[in-house]
Design a protein around this ligand. Structure first.
Ligand code: ADP
Ligand code: ASP
Ligand code: MG
Length: 448
C-alpha cells in the first residue's frame, strides 16, 4: 500500500491531471491511495468568497462561485469524465450556491472551513473521473468520514487514534492492487460532524495521516519541483536537489518556509519509519528527495538549505526595570498564550525580548496587555531567513560566512533556535530573495 499525494499545480488543469493519471497508472500494482489538493488558487478563491459573505457582497460571491464552476466544468469536459462525475460536481456547486444564499453576513469560522474544503471535493471528482476515463478501476472516497479532528476551525488537530480506527474499518478494505482510490487532503470533520480543515498546505499532512493509519510502505508527495532543494528554486534558479534528508531536517526546512512540505508531515510517520518521497509530477523520471530516519548523503556539507518565510511581524518588548528580575519571559508568554498567538522566532537580552508572529495577526489586545510589562514596538512586513544544516553551530566559521555574505543588509534580529541545526535572522521582507541568493552563492558556489 502506498499513498500518492498531488498538490494544487499537479491538478491545476486537464493536462496536469492527465500526467497525474499516468503516474497513478504506474503505481496501481502497489495498491495506491491517491490524495489530492484543490486545483491551483481554488482554496484562495474560496477563502475570498467566504470573506465576501462576511462583508455582505452576495452577488460578488455568487459570481466567483460561477467562475469556479466554469473552470471545473471545462476541465471535466477536457478530461471526458463520465456523466456521474459531472452530476456530482454540479450537485456540489449547487450546495455551495445554497450556502451563499442562506448564510448571514457575519464572520463564521465553521462556515469558512466548510467553504474552503470544496476545492478538494471538486478536484478529487475530476481525478476519479480522469482515472476512470483512462480505464483504471477508480473510486472516490470522502476523506471527512475518516479524518476526525477537533473543532479548531482553520487549523484543526487530527485525532490520530480515531482516524486509525476509521481508516481500518472504512477505507483500508477498499484499497488493493489494481484499484485506485481517490480522496481529499486538507479536509476533515469534528465530533459533531461539521467540516474542518487542517490549515493551509495541509494536504501533505493528510497524506501522512492516511499513510500512518494504513501502515503504507511510503508516502509520495507529488508537486511542481524536483524535491527538497537547497533553496526555493523560484528564488534561486540553480538550487540543488537534496537527494536525501532526515525527518528532522525536512521538518526544520518546512517550518522555516520551504513550502514544498507542510511542517507536520513527518509527525505521524516517524514512529513507524514510513519514508516520504517528494517527486515532480512534471518530471516523473527524476528520483526526487527521499526522507527518512537516517540520512544517506555523504554529510560533507554543513549547510543543507537556505529558506525564507515572508509575512512576519516583529514584536519587541523593552523593560529596563526588568534588569536582573525574574519572571519577565513568563509574563510575556502568558500574554501570547492568553490570546492564542503562535510565536515563531525569539531573541532576548536582559532588558528586551523580540519575537516574531505572522503578519495579519490581530495585535491590538496583545499590545495593550504587553504594555503593562514594558515598552512595545511592532514592525510588520519582515521575513525570516534560515540557514539550515547539520551541526551549524559546531562548525567554525559558518556565522562569519553568513554575515559577510549579507554585509550590506540590515539584519534586525538573530536567533539560534533550540536546535544546533539552524541560524535564523529577520530582514525586511523585500530583502528576502536577495539575501537568500547571496547566501546560496556563499555556501553552494560550485553551481555558479
Ligand atoms: P503543492 O501545491 O504541490 O503542495 P506547494 O506550492 O505547496 O506545492 O509547494 C511547492 C513549492 O515550494 C515549489 O513550487 C517551490 O517554489 C516552493 N519551495 C520553497 N522552498 C523550497 C525548497 N527548499 N525546495 C523545494 N521547493 C521549495
Ligand atoms: N488546498 C489547500 C491549500 O491551498 C491544501 C493544500 O494545498 O495542501 O492550502
Ligand atoms: Mg503544498
Amino acid at each position: 500500500m502506498i499513498v500518492l499525494k498531488f498538490g494544487g499545480t499537479s491538478v491545476g488543469d486537464a493536462s496536469a491531471i492527465q500526467r497525474l493519471v499516468d503516474v497513478v497508472e504506474l503505481a496501481t500494482a502497489d495498491a495506491p491511495l491517491v490524495v489530492v489538493s484543490a486545483m491551483t488558487r481554488v482554496t484562495n478563491s474560496l477563502l475570498d468568497l467566504d470573506a465576501l459573505l462576511t462583508s455582505d457582497e452576495y452577488a460578488e460571491a455568487e459570481r466567483l462561485r460561477r467562475e469556479l464552476q466554469h473552470r471545473h466544468e471545462q476541465t471535466a469536459a477536457a478530461l471526458k469524465v463520465a456523466g456521474w462525475v459531472v452530476g456530482d460536481l454540479l450537485a456540489s456547486f449547487e450546495e455551495l450556491a445554497e450556502l451563499i444564499r442562506v448564510f448571514p453576513p457575519v464572520a463564521d469560522l465553521a462556515r469558512r472551513d466548510r467553504i474552503a474544503g470544496f476545492g478538494e471535493l471538486w478536484s478529487s471528482l475530476l481525478v476519479t473521473g480522469a482515472s476512470e476515463a483512462k480505464g483504471l478501476a477508480a473510486s472516490w472516497f470522502d476523506a471527512r468520514t475518516v479524518m476526525h479532528t477537533d473543532s479548531h476551525f482553520g487549523a484543526a488537530i487530527p485525532d490520530e487514534p480515531a482516524i486509525r480506527t476509521a481508516v481500518a474499518r472504512d477505507l483500508a478494505p477498499r484499497i488493493g492492487a489494481g484499484q485506485v482510490v481517490v480522496t481529499q487532503g486538507f479536509i476533515g470533520r469534528n465530533a459533531a460532524g461539521a467540516p474542518t480543515t487542517l490549515g493551509r498546505g495541509g494536504s501533505d499532512f493528510s497524506a501522512a495521516l492516511f499513510g500512518a493509519a494504513l501502515g503504507a510502505s511510503r508516502v509520495e508527495i507529488w508537486t511542481d519541483v524536483d524535491g527538497l532543494m537547497s533553496a526555493d528554486p523560484r528564488v534561486v534558479p540553480d538550487a540543488r536537489l537534496l537527494s536525501h534528508a532526515t525527518y528532522d531536517e525536512a521538518a526544520e526546512l518546512a517550518a522555516f518556509g520551504a513550502k514544498v512540505l507542510h511542517p507536520a508531515t513527518q509527525l505521524p510517520l516517524v514512529e513507524a519509519g514510513i519514508p516520504i518521497v517528494i517527486r515532480n509530477t512534471f518530471a516523473p523520471e527524476k528520483p526526487g528527495t527521499w526522507i527518512g530516519a537516517e540520512s544517506l548523503d555523504d554529510g560533507s556539507l554543513p549547510v543543507r538549505s537556505i529558506s525564507f518565510k515572508p509575512g512576519v511581524t516583529i514584536v519587541q518588548i523593552r523593560a529596563a526595570r526588568m534588569l536582573g528580575a525574574y519572571g519577565f519571559l513568563r509574563r510575556i508568554f502568558e500574554v501570547f498564550e492568553r490570546h492564542e498567538i503562535v510565536v515563531d522566532v525569539l531573541a532576548s537580552s536582559e532588558v528586551s525580548v523580540s519575537l516574531t508572529i505572522d503578519d495579519g495577526t490581530q495585535l491590538a489586545a496583545v499590545v495593550h496587555d504587553l504594555g503593562a510589562i514594558g515598552e512595545v514596538t511592532v514592525k510588520p512586513g519582515r521575513g525570516v531567513v534560515a540557514v539550515v544544516g547539520r551541526a551549524i553551530r559546531e562548525t567554525p566559521g559558518i556565522a562569519a560566512r553568513v554575515y559577510s555574505a549579507i554585509a550590506d543588509v540590515n539584519v534586525e534580529m538573530i536567533s539560534q533556535g533550540a536546535s544546533a541545526s539552524n541560524l535564523t535572522f529577520i530582514v525586511a521582507e523585500a530583502n528576502g530573495p536577495q539575501v537568500v541568493r547571496a547566501l546560496h552563492q556563499a555556501f553552494f558556489p560550485e553551481f555558479e
